[in-house]
Ligand binder design. Structure first.
Ligand SMILES: *[C@@H]1O[C@H](CO)[C@@H](O)[C@H](O)[C@H]1NC(C)=O
Ligand SMILES: *[C@@H]1O[C@H](CO)[C@@H](O)[C@H](O)[C@H]1NC(C)=O
Ligand SMILES: *[C@@H]1O[C@H](CO)[C@@H](O)[C@H](O)[C@H]1NC(C)=O
Ligand SMILES: *[C@@H]1O[C@H](CO)[C@@H](O)[C@H](O)[C@H]1NC(C)=O
Ligand SMILES: *[C@@H]1O[C@H](CO)[C@@H](O)[C@H](O)[C@H]1NC(C)=O
Ligand SMILES: *[C@@H]1O[C@H](CO)[C@@H](O)[C@H](O)[C@H]1NC(C)=O
Ligand SMILES: *[C@@H]1O[C@H](CO)[C@@H](O)[C@H](O)[C@H]1NC(C)=O
Ligand SMILES: *[C@@H]1O[C@H](CO)[C@@H](O)[C@H](O)[C@H]1NC(C)=O
Ligand SMILES: [Cu+2]
Length: 575
């Protein structure tokens, strides 16, 4: 619900010269019963409705979301995927990183400026909660859109895998020593536009800008349009030089904006096909037909008197290679050449087993473990020691200095593809070689000199990716696989960016109140030690064996207080 006291969006849309406005939303998270694929289940909605509402803003606007958690039995929070949060690192949203989980009955406000236009989304970044439904479309309209004259209408297309069980149950089943194959929950199906589907009213001579968003927890999706080219103009809210392609693969959390043109050839209704990609690696030539168990056919309907019966047939999925897309602005490789960068962060990803024999995912043999104090709160309160990774505990912290050109190398040592996402930046993709290439050689050669930028990149199986960004956005930014089940297995690292500029950061009172209500300390090192920041006593070094996800045990947890957290990790409470 948009408040009445602010400039309306209708007024904004033609006001390209008008100065920035404020758009305000008053949201309460509540449980809602929904059946997007015909099977009813409880989902996390907003203001007693699901699907969750769309955020609409214009470049330069301030977005305010008053967020109240009325779930009763779970904590919550919001993250705004792809928004860089320049100068507002405390508004990024991941629990245990830039804020505490918002307990039931609490309200906190998110307030930030949207500095670039494009297609974004928001979702809970709290303990595996977004696959239960707390996610939505976030559009930042751009008065200077270089493709403004190239389309007549906009079409929103969200795709997601879907589960009939609740996230908590599924993650509990996954995090068992018996799961020696590290198997994630497998989706029961796929939903398009949160169950509403998509049938486009297709009119001769008109051009349609699709804004395609993946809300998925695990599976990617393939898309192909019968008899129509896909004119790609943007990925992850970064403009591209137009690419004409026929198939796209959208990984978890990615976005593609593309134009489909209704040409004057006939008056047919054209099908398009979306296939859920639950394969470990779709480039494997041995995939049988059963590897595409969930398909959706939508229509570009030119004549409503004709039945929509045609099917779009795809014999082999061969999606466009997004690592070779060209950035619209032709921005050169950061550093100017292959070898010139300041900081190298190399992360070897493999599944691993913790001290108790539980399945985890590791970077450089270490799994991410929630600590007592959120990383940004530690960064703000540990003085000069905040540039020492020791103070943050086992959250895979990497310190980078202000202004550095940072090169991230991810070696994917697993036999599946994984989509990696960085908060706070859109990185350049210098290299993303094919499956089976193996680890990065250590030689900086043959990089793309005009690399595409995005915020989520698929890294191929037994292969690697080389990424760069410039560290001009002080904050504590997560780098993680966007498969939510892998986040819960610990496949996350934390970039501690420009710690010298975080030393005097302050937090809004409502954010601090959420921590206080949760019994979570807001200063000191990862263990909450405010005397000796380098004393690691009390830091969590083994993940809790009991997984409680976003579950909130209410007043009983308050009595247990710190003891509960010491034993089980932040945000997880014993009853
Ligand atoms: C959001 O919260 C702020 C601060 O409490 C308040 O001033 C404002 O009126 C609220 N907006 C809406 C739409 O509720
Ligand atoms: C969902 O729950 C049912 C019943 O407990 C179980 O059989 C099924 O395997 C679960 N599905 C997933 C994906 O965990
Ligand atoms: C489709 O578009 C045409 C032309 O704009 C319009 O006349 C018609 O009512 C629309 N049909 C639907 C179902 O929206
Ligand atoms: C889904 O579509 C793909 C690609 O056309 C096909 O190979 C697969 O058999 C289809 N799956 C089902 C269940 O029909
Ligand atoms: C890369 O750029 C740096 C800084 O401009 C320069 O010192 C270096 O020689 C260049 N290296 C190559 C291989 O061109
Ligand atoms: C991870 O552990 C394995 C086995 O203990 C060892 O061989 C490997 O060198 C370690 N890798 C790193 C990056 O520490
Ligand atoms: C932080 O505040 C202290 C005390 O006000 C001041 O001495 C210091 O220069 C500030 N540091 C930064 C990085 O702004
Ligand atoms: C919370 O309440 C919802 C709605 O009643 C229920 O479906 C869900 O299982 C509960 N979750 C937990 C963790 O207690
Ligand atoms: Cu993953």
């Amino acid at each position: 619900m948009k408040s009445s006291g602010v400039l309306s969006l209708a007024a904004l849309s033609f006001a390209t010269a008008v100065k920035a406005a404020t758009v305000t939303y008053d949201w309460t998270a509540t449980w809602v019963w929904a059946a997007p694929d015909g099977v009813g289940r409880p989902v996390v909605g907003i203001n007693n409705a699901w699907p969750c509402p769309q955020i609409d803003a214009t470049v330069g606007d301030t977005v305010i979301i008053n967020f109240t958690n009325n779930l009763g039995n779970q904590t919550s929070g919001l993250h705004f995927h792809g928004i860089n949060q320049v100068q507002t690192p405390e508004m990024d949203g991941p629990s245990g990183v830039t804020q505490c989980p918002v307990p039931p009955g609490s309200t906190l406000q998110y307030k930030f400026v949207v500095d670039v236009g494009g297609t974004f989304w928001y979702h809970s970044h709290n303990m595996g909660q977004y696959p239960d439904g707390l996610r939505g479309v976030f559009l930042v309209h751009d008065p200077n859109d270089p493709y403004a004259g190239s389309y007549d209408e906009e079409v929103i297309l969200t795709v997601s895998d879907w589960y009939h069980n609740e996230s908590l149950t599924m993650v509990r089943n996954m995090l068992q020593p018996s799961n020696t194959r590290f198997a994630p929950p497998i989706p029961d199906g796929m939903i398009i536009n949160e169950g509403a589907g998509l049938n486009v009213n297709f009119t001769k001579g008109r051009k349609y800008r699709f804004r395609m968003i993946s809300f998925a927890a695990l599976a990617s999706a393939m898309i192909h349009f019968d008899s129509h080219d896909i004119n790609i103009i943007m990925n992850d809210a970064d403009y591209l030089q137009k690419e004409v392609k026929y198939q796209l693969r959208i990984a978890t959390a990615q976005r593609y904006d593309f134009i489909i043109e209704c040409i004057d050839r006939d008056n047919d209704n054209y099908p398009f096909l979306i296939s859920l990609d639950i394969n470990r690696d779709w480039t494997n030539p041995d995939l049988g037909p059963l590897q595409w168990p969930h398909n959706y056919t939508g229509y570009l309907t030119m004549d409503y008197n004709k039945p929509n019966t045609k099917k779009d047939v795809v014999h082999k999925w061969k999606p466009a290679d997004d690592s070779h897309f060209k950035p619209y602005d032709n921005e050169a490789i950061l550093g100017g050449n292959d070898t010139n960068y300041d900081t190298l962060i190399k992360m070897d990803f493999a599944f691993c087993t913790d001290a108790n024999g539980y399945p985890r995912a590791c970077f450089n043999n270490l799994t991410y473990i929630d600590q007592k104090v959120p990383a940004l709160y530690s960064a703000a309160t540990t003085g000069d020691d905040n540039s020492n990774p020791i103070v943050y505990g086992q959250i895979n912290p990497f310190i980078v200095n202000y202004g550095d050109v940072v090169q991230i190398v991810v070696n994917n040592q697993d036999a599946a593809t994984h989509p990696f996402h960085l908060h706070g930046h859109h990185f350049q993709v210098l290299d993303r070689p094919k499956t089976g290439t193996g680890d990065w050689s250590g030689r900086d050669t043959n990089y793309n000199q005009k690399p595409p930028r995005r915020d989520t990149v698929t890294v191929m199986a037994h292969s690697h990716a080389v990424l760069r960004f410039k560290a001009t956005n002080p904050g504590t930014w997560l780098f993680h696989c966007h498969i939510e089940w892998h986040v819960e297995m610990g496949l996350t690292a934390t970039i501690i960016e420009a710690p010298d500029r975080l030393r005097n950061l302050t937090f809004p009172q409502d954010h601090l109140d959420a921590c206080n209500k949760m019994g979570i300390p807001v200063s000191g090192n990862a263990a909450g030690n405010t005397q000796d920041y380098l004393d690691t006593t009390g830091m969590v070094t083994v993940p809790p064996t009991i997984y409680n996800g976003a579950m909130y045990a209410g007043s009983s947890s308050k009595k247990r207080g710190l003891m509960g957290r010491l034993a089980s990790g932040m945000g997880s409470f014993f009853f």
